[in-house]
Ligand binder design. Structure first.
Ligand SMILES: Cc1cc2nc3c(=O)[nH]c(=O)nc-3n(C[C@H](O)[C@H](O)[C@H](O)COP(=O)(O)OP(=O)(O)OC[C@H]3O[C@@H](n4cnc5c(N)ncnc54)[C@H](O)[C@@H]3O)c2cc1C
Length: 447
C-alpha cells in the first residue's frame, strides 16, 4: 500500500486506546482516528472507576501518551450512529474497530424492581463520576439502603454510599456530587449476595478497602458464612478466594465498633421482591443454602429488610450499534478473533471489535490490552486484502464533520479541558476537579 493504512477506532475507552497503541507499534505504516461520543476520552476509567481509586485513575497518564502519538488523532464529541455511520467510515477508512464498551445496567427480574427509589448501579456510578449525560442531582434521602450483588461494582457503590462526602472531597468529585453526598442521611448500607462467600466476585483488595474508612463499620453477618464441598475446593485451589474467605471470617467474629455508619455484608440471601406501593419501602430476601456444587437453592425462609432505596449491581450491558450485528443475549458483537461476523457468521470486511463489547462486561482495564492485541493481530493479518477507502485523505473526516456541524473535540482541545480540570483541583489542593456539563466541557476544549 503506497499510503498509510487508515483505521477508525470507535470508542476511546482503554480497549480502543490500547488497540490504537498496538497498531502504532506494528511494522505497518498506519494512521488512526479515535472517535468518542463524549468530549473526554478514557471511557470507564474516567466514568466508572470510583473517585477514591486514584491509583487506577492514574492509568490515564499512560493512555494519554497514546493519544499524543503522531499517528493518532482524537475526535471527541462524535457519536457513532448519530454523527457518523458505518458507510461513512468505510469510505474514509480501510478498517474500523468498534470498542464502545458497556454503560447500561443489566435488569433484574424481581417484582418491584421498577419502583421509584430502585436504581441501577451504572446510573449511580455515572452520577458520582460526573458523567455529562446524567442528571446533576441524585436522590440521596434514604437512611437504609440495599445493594444487590457481590462484585467489585457493588462494593464500589456500597463504599461511596457509606463514606462521608468529606472523605471523598480529596478526590476529583465535582461540587454537585459533593453536595449530594453531603446531604445523605444514610446510616446503614446492606450488601446482599445470593451465593456464599467462596462464590463472591469481588477482589480481596476491593473487599479490604471497605474497612479503611474511619466513618464506616463493616459488619459481616455470620449466618451467611457457609461452605460446601465446592466452596472448600475453591478455597484450596484459588488464592484470591482463600484471601476473601479469610477476611470475611475474621470480620464475622470481631466486635462491632462505633463508627457512625454501617456497611453490612450478607451472603446466601437472594433478593426476591422490592417492597412498596408508590416507592421503595423495603426488600424481601430468601435465605439460600449451598447444594454441594457451589450453587444454591431457596430455603423458604424470607426476611423483610427496612430499606428505602435499592441499588442493583448485577452487571453492565453493552448497547446495539447501528448497522452492526448484536447478540442481545450476551450483549456483545459476534466475532471471530475480533473480526465482526455478519448474520451468516461471515466476517464483515474491515470491521473489528474489541473490549467489553467484544467479550462482555467482565474483567479489569489490564484485560482489555490482551483483547485488543488479538483484534489488532487479526486486522493486520487482513490488512493487505482489505477493501480500500475511497476518500482516504486525512482531511476528509474533518470536512465531513465540519459540513455536518459536529462540534468535535481534538486531542489538543481535550488537553485544554484536562489542564483546566487540574487547575481547578490545584486551587483546592486536589489533583483534579471534573467539569460535568457537556456544553462547558466542549466550550473549554474549543474555546
Ligand atoms: C463501576 C466500574 C468500576 C470499575 N473499576 C475498575 C477498577 O477499579 N480497576 C480496573 O482495572 N477496572 C475497573 N473497571 C473495569 C474497566 O473499567 C473496564 O475493564 C474497561 O473500562 C473496559 O474498557 P472498554 O474500552 O471496553 O469500555 P469503556 O471503558 O466502556 O469505553 C468505551 C468507550 O466508548 C464510547 N462509546 C460508546 N458508544 C459510543 C458511540 N456510539 N460512539 C462513540 N463512542 C462511543 C464510550 O463513551 C466510552 O468512552 C470498572 C468498571 C466499572 C463498570
Amino acid at each position: 500500500m503506497s499510503r498509510p493504512l487508515r483505521v477508525a477506532v470507535v470508542g476511546a475507552g482503554p480497549a480502543g486506546v490500547y488497540a490504537a497503541d498496538i497498531l502504532t507499534k506494528s511494522d505497518v505504516d498506519v494512521q488512526i482516528d479515535l472517535f468518542e461520543k463524549l468530549p473526554a476520552p478514557y471511557g470507564l476509567v474516567r466514568y466508572g472507576v470510583a473517585p477514591d481509586h486514584p491509583r487506577i485513575k492514574g492509568i490515564v497518564g499512560a493512555l494519554q501518551k497514546v493519544l499524543d502519538k503522531p499517528q493518532v488523532r482524537f475526535f471527541g464529541n462524535v457519536e457513532y450512529g448519530v454523527d457518523v455511520k458505518l458507510d461513512d467510515l468505510r469510505q474514509l477508512y480501510d478498517a474500523v474497530v468498534f470498542s464502545t464498551g458497556a454503560s447500561a445496567d443489566r435488569s433484574l427480574d424481581i417484582p418491584g424492581i421498577d419502583l421509584p427509589g430502585s436504581y441501577g448501579a451504572a446510573d449511580f456510578v455515572s452520577w458520582y463520576d460526573g458523567h455529562p449525560d446524567v442528571p446533576r442531582t441524585w436522590p440521596l434521602t434514604a437512611t437504609s439502603v440495599a445493594v444487590l450483588g457481590v462484585g467489585n461494582v457493588a462494593l464500589d457503590v456500597a463504599r461511596i454510599l457509606a463514606k462521608t462526602a468529606d472523605e471523598l472531597l480529596v478526590t476529583e468529585i465535582p461540587s454537585n456530587v459533593y453536595e449530594g453526598l453531603a446531604s445523605s442521611p444514610v446510616t446503614d448500607v446492606h450488601v446482599f449476595g445470593r451465593r456464599g462467600p467462596a462464590q463472591a466476585k469481588f477482589t480481596p483488595l476491593e473487599l479490604r478497602e471497605l474497612d479503611h474508612s474511619p466513618n464506616v463499620e463493616v459488619i459481616v453477618h455470620a449466618e451467611g458464612i457457609e461452605f460446601d464441598e465446592a466452596s472448600m475446593a475453591a478455597i484450596r485451589s484459588n488464592k484470591q478466594v482463600e484471601m476473601i474467605v479469610k477476611t470475611l471470617q475474621e470480620w464475622a467474629i470481631r466486635d462491632v465498633g462505633n463508627r457512625p455508619r454501617r456497611l453490612h455484608l450478607h451472603f446466601l440471601e437472594a433478593p426476591v421482591e422490592v417492597l412498596g406501593s408508590d416507592r421503595v419501602e423495603g426488600l424481601r430476601t430468601e435465605t439460600q443454602e449451598l447444594t454441594g456444587d457451589g450453587s444454591v437453592r431457596g430455603t423458604g425462609v424470607f426476611t423483610d429488610w427496612d430499606v428505602q432505596a435499592v441499588y442493583r449491581a448485577v452487571g453492565y450491558l453493552s448497547t446495539h450499534l447501528t448497522d452492526i450485528p448484536f447478540d442481545h443475549v450476551s450483549g456483545t458483537i459476534p466475532h471471530r478473533a475480533g473480526r465482526v461476523l455478519d448474520l451468516d457468521e461471515v466476517p464483515m470486511p474491515g470491521v473489528y471489535v474489541t473490549g467489553w463489547i467484544k467479550r462482555g462486561p467482565i474483567g479489569l482495564i489490564g484485560h482489555t490490552k490482551g483483547d485488543a492485541l488479538e483484534t489488532v493481530t487479526s486486522l493486520l493479518e487482513d490488512a493487505a486484502s482489505l477493501p480500500r477507502a475511497t476518500s482516504a485523505s486525512p482531511d476528509a473526516i474533518v470536512q465531513f464533520l465540519e459540513q455536518r456541524g459536529v462540534p468535535f473535540v481534538t486531542n489538543e482541545g481535550w488537553r485544554k479541558l484536562d489542564l483546566h480540570e487540574m487547575a481547578l483541583g490545584a486551587a483546592e489542593g486536589r489533583e483534579r476537579v471534573k467539569v460535568v456539563s457537556r456544553e462547558e466541557m466542549t466550550a473549554i476544549s474549543n474555546g
